[in-house]
Structure formats: C-alpha cells, structure tokens
Design a protein around this ligand. Structure first.
Ligand code: GUN
Length: 296
C-alpha cells in the first residue's frame, strides 16, 4: 500500500476542538451560546442513531442542543409550524431537519421553510443559489468536510482535474460547486456517464459519492491521485456485516497518493462541519467575525 491514509476521525476531532474554542470565546466575550435544533420525524433507526450522535457532539463543543422528535404521521402543517417557531427563536442559530422525511411530507417545501440564515445543512434553495454563484452561503456539511480534507492534503487545488462521481443535491452537486470555487476543472460523472473508468482515470481529485459498494476499483485511479470516498455501504462479507465505501479500498490505496478510509474518513467530518456551520451561522447572525478555516 502506497497511499497516505487521510484520518477523518482525527481531522474531525481537530475541527470540533476549533469550534469548541470559538464557542468558549463567544460565551466569554459576548454572552452567546450557539443553539442547534434537530428535527426528526418518525422512527428510522439509522436516523435516530445519527441524531443522538449529533446531540452529544453539540453539547460537547459547548453549544445548546434542542431535539424535536415528532411521530411518523405528523402533518405538514404541524411540521411547518415547528419550523416557523424555530425560525423565530433567538436561542436557535441552526436548524436541521433530518432526511429522509416520511413519504407524505414534501421535503423541498419543508427545507425551504427554514430561515436560510439558520439552514446549517445548506439545502435551502437560497443557499444552493448563493453557492452556485460564488456568494457567501451556508454550505452542505459533507462536501464542506471533503473540501477541508482536500485543502489540508493538497494545499491549493487550483487547476487540478476533479471528478465527482454522483450528482445528488446533498453531496455531488455542492461538491462540484466547491471544487469549482477552488479553481479545479470539474467533471460531474454519474451512473449514465459513458466510459466512467476513463473519466475517473483523468482525475487528480476523485470524489466518489454514488452509494454503490466498492464500485470504483484501483485501475480506475490515476497514480498519485487524491481519493475522497463518501460512500457508506453496509454489506455482508464472509457472513459478517461490514461497512465499505464506493471505492475498492485495497486496490485503490495501492495506486492513489492519498485516500480516505471507510469508516473513519469522510463520515466523522459531516457532524464536525454541522457544528462549524452552526458556529458560522451564530457569528453571522450577531455581526461577528467568522471562524477562520471552518467555512468554504
Ligand atoms: N440524512 C443523511 N444525511 C443528512 C444530512 O447531511 N442532513 C440531513 N438533514 N439529513 C441527512
């Protein structure tokens, strides 16, 4: 194995420590405690685990955590009423509605009801538009975490060929916008891309976010490339349940210059960046300087 393994767990701990330090200053100097509200509708077990983890990490960095668990049959009107209440609450600086929502709720409508200044997921149409036009916005957490790791690994990304495999609104599209913002030459590839292998082989930076276990083998990777694997796929191997990414790790690590593992790569960065975004939202709402190195 030749690649440097990018330790997302350690990186995320560093980000959380930076957030905690800034939160302590906000409290001491301005009497402000950032607050993050998380809304969970229904009882999806994976979402429940994730929401619990968010709550724990939020309080660990010194922020207030507000959890709103609503039954699966909550009406759209009731959910919107809660969001309007959180929009108006000065103690709440960030609002996150856990996705996916139950089928009877219109996710776009719900997300677009959040005050864009409190939209710490960066999913509101205003933030999507601001990011797409290079203006100050809230940036989706997972792509922000990937960008931080890429900058730490490579320094300037200017002029590099970046290939993003996956075109989701949560990862692929905002990731491409962020890479473009850092002056990469960006290709968005996806399941219909012709000769995906050849497209990937041109990548100095390869971001895999397709949700297909080990779809990208080592011989699709340019020697020395930086590989960011966003996939978290639960599979069964040799009778055991295991987590794998969208990249075939062993063969990829033999070719790449640097690679994120699964687990322990991108995953831990998502919540760390959610906390960073909550801090950023708090600073902006109060006309204070933003934390350095924690935004795009
Ligand atoms: N479900 C899976 N990932 C995410 C995320 O980043 N934000 C929200 N709100 N829901 C998710």
């Amino acid at each position: 194995m030749s690649a440097t393994i990018i330790d997302g767990k350690a990186f995320a701990a560093t980000v959380r420590a930076q957030v905690a330090e800034h939160v302590a200053l906000l409290k001491a100097d301005h009497g402000l405690t950032p607050g993050l509200a998380v809304v969970l509708v229904g009882e999806d077990p994976a979402s429940e685990v994730y929401v619990r983890s968010k709550g724990k990490q939020t309080t660990e960095v010194g922020m207030n955590s507000y959890e709103h668990k609503l039954p699966a049959d909550t009406s759209e009107a009731d959910l919107l009423a809660l969001i309007f209440q959180l929009n108006a609450d000065p103690a709440v600086n960030g609002i996150l509605v856990q996705l996916p929502l139950p089928d009877h709720l219109d996710s776009d409508l719900v997300i677009n009801a959040i005050d864009p200044a409190k939209d710490v997921d960066g999913f509101h149409i205003s933030n999507v538009g601001l990011l797409g036009t290079g203006q100050k916005s809230m940036v989706p957490c997972t792509p922000l975490g990937c960008l931080m790791m890429l900058r730490a690994q490579l320094g300037s990304l200017s002029g590099l060929n970046a290939v993003v495999v996956g075109r989701s609104n949560i990862v692929g599209k905002p990731m491409a916008q962020l890479l473009l913002g850092d002056s990469c030459t960006v290709t968005i590839a996806h399941s219909r891309t012709k000769d995906l292998a050849e497209v990937c082989r041109g990548a100095d930076i390869l971001v895999a976010a397709v949700g297909r276990p080990e779809m990208i083998p080592g011989d699709w990777i340019k020697p020395g490339a930086t590989v960011i694997d966003v996939g978290i796929n639960r599979i069964e191997r040799d009778g055991k349940k295991t987590l794998v990414g969208d990249v075939a790790f062993a063969s990829a690590a033999a070719v790449a210059g640097a690679i994120t593992p699964v687990p322990g790569g991108v995953g831990p960065m998502t919540i760390a960046c959610l906390l960073a975004n909550t801090l950023t939202a708090t600073c902006r709402a109060n006309g204070l300087a933003e934390p350095q190195g924690l935004t795009a």
